[in-house]
Design a protein around this ligand. Structure first.
Ligand code: B12
Ligand code: SF4
Ligand code: SF4
Length: 358
């Protein structure tokens, strides 16, 4: 096992552990969470429930899971130097982690098969029917915080979890039994939408991450207000966590370096950070995630409303030009109507007023 962990470290994984595959000790919590409707429209979570409750069903003959953590923290606790510009969660600032880490997991799986020639393996990152946080806790990599994130005591929670299931009978690590949240409840109190029904109980339907990524269709006025400046994901319940404040250190992983256009100073340029595919005069546009295809498409004004950043009737072309000087950006911003809460300066407002179309 030491050699597998050494190979994992050489591939860039920040921490690796092994869990034995048994029925999920928190299967009842998953059942209750689903029965309460907290999965919203993520119906795949209902379909995959039996496998999440007993991960041995995911791969016949599987006995153990090798679980990896990869740090994606970019060293920025306040992603927007200018307040009230569109915000993208840190996990989406770099290349698609499914691809980057999927390849690394395959390399680690090849190393396992080299070390244990009879072994078979299957790799998962985010997309499969695997209870990833649960397995990470069982593999000794950290505890599940009140914000439901897997928190490593030395790295924090800005980590991706990768899982390799194998039929090899590896020696498991000890589960991480301690709950190091103590009496803290900063994440619960800081959530902008009060999406936590209680500790480790998130109603995803109210979570900004769900609203900006999973939710289809236009936002209601309340949802638009709740989503605020976030256009893809949300970092608040991690940003406030003392374990991140104290221990999260910036990743130096070149393959997870932030794309220049997704860095905080460029996040005003929504079209680049999210590949918002809208151009002036076109009746329809689409709202694409940095990871997959379109998240939403509709007419251009509803795309603006969908992103939660529509409100007043000001056209903002000149503001966009001053932000990044790129035409695509200008096209998008001229279609998005900025809400009053973006706190424009008097000078900006004067420029915008000259262009406003009501
Ligand atoms: C669906 C999903 C979402 C949904 C629902 C989130 C949720 N809280 O369940 C939405 C879209 C909202 C979402 C948001 C985010 N997600 Co997400 N998501 C998933 C996904 C695909 C499934 C999670 C799931 O099954 N949820 C259902 C709940 C009930 O299950 P669970 O989270 O495993 O919770 C178990 C434990 O809490 C346990 N339990 C309950 N009580 C107790 C008590 C104790 C003591 C213990 C030990 C356990 C325990 O029981 C539960 C059921 O088994 C996983 C990938 C995967 N395949 O697992 C990624 C995953 C959880 N997401 C991830 C990330 C990064 C995020 C975001 C940070 C993205 C962002 N910046 O916007 C946010 C964080 C929101 C939050 N605070 O949870 C990472 C988390 C990494 C980590 N370090 O924890 C994962 C693991 C993907 C990955 N491979 O890296 N996500
Ligand atoms: S990701 Fe944001 S909206 Fe979702 S639970 Fe955390 S703080 Fe609340
Ligand atoms: S903010 Fe506090 S309660 Fe929330 S996960 Fe971090 S330590 Fe736990």
């Amino acid at each position: 096992m030491i050699e597998i962990k050494r190979r994992a470290a050489a591939l860039g994984f920040a921490a690796t552990g092994v869990a034995r595959l048994d029925p999920n000790p928190h299967a009842a919590e998953l059942d209750r969470w689903l029965a309460d409707g907290h999965a919203g429209t993520m119906t795949y979570l209902h379909r995959q429930a039996e496998q999440r409750k007993d991960p041995r069903l995911v791969m016949p003959g599987a006995k153990t899971a090798i679980v990896t953590l990869t740090n994606y923290f970019h060293g920025d606790r306040n992603p927007n130097p200018e307040p009230r510009v569109p915000r993208v969660a840190q996990y989406a600032w770099s290349s698609d982690y499914h691809e980057v880490l999927g390849k690394r997991l395959e390399q680690l799986a090849a190393a396992i098969r080299e070390l244990i020639p009879a072994a078979t393996t299957r790799c998962y990152i985010d997309a499969g029917p695997v209870p990833e946080r649960e397995l990470a806790q069982l593999a000794g990599l950290g505890w599940i915080g009140k914000n439901m994130m897997l928190i490593h005591p030395e790295i924090g929670s800005f980590t991706f979890i990768g899982v390799i299931l194998t039929d090899a009978d590896l020696e498991p690590d000890l589960p991480f039994e301690a709950d190091r949240c103590g009496t803290c409840r900063r994440c619960l109190d800081a959530c902008p939408t009060q999406a936590f029904v209680g500790p480790r109980d998130l109603d995803a339907r109210a979570c900004i991450s769900y609203l900006t990524i999973e939710h289809r269709g236009e936002f209601t006025a309340t949802q638009s207000e709740q989503v605020g400046d976030w256009v893809f994901g949300c970092d608040v319940c991690q940003d406030v966590c003392p374990w991140n404040v104290s221990f999260a250190g910036a990743t130096h992983d070149p393959e997870l370096a932030p794309h220049p256009q997704r860095r905080p100073e460029r996040q005003g340029c929504v079209s680049e950070s999210l590949r918002l595919n809208v151009s002036e005069g076109k009746p329809r546009g689409s709202f694409r995630s940095p990871f997959q295809g379109p998240v939403y498409s509709g007419n251009s004004s509803s795309v603006g409303r969908r992103s939660g950043i529509q409100g007043s009737r000001i056209r903002v072309g000149s503001l966009a030009r001053r932000r990044c000087g790129r035409r695509r950006c200008l096209n998008l911003w001229s279609l998005i109507r900025l809400p009053a809460r973006f706190n424009l300066s008097a000078q900006q407002r004067a420029v915008l007023d000259r262009q406003s179309v009501r």
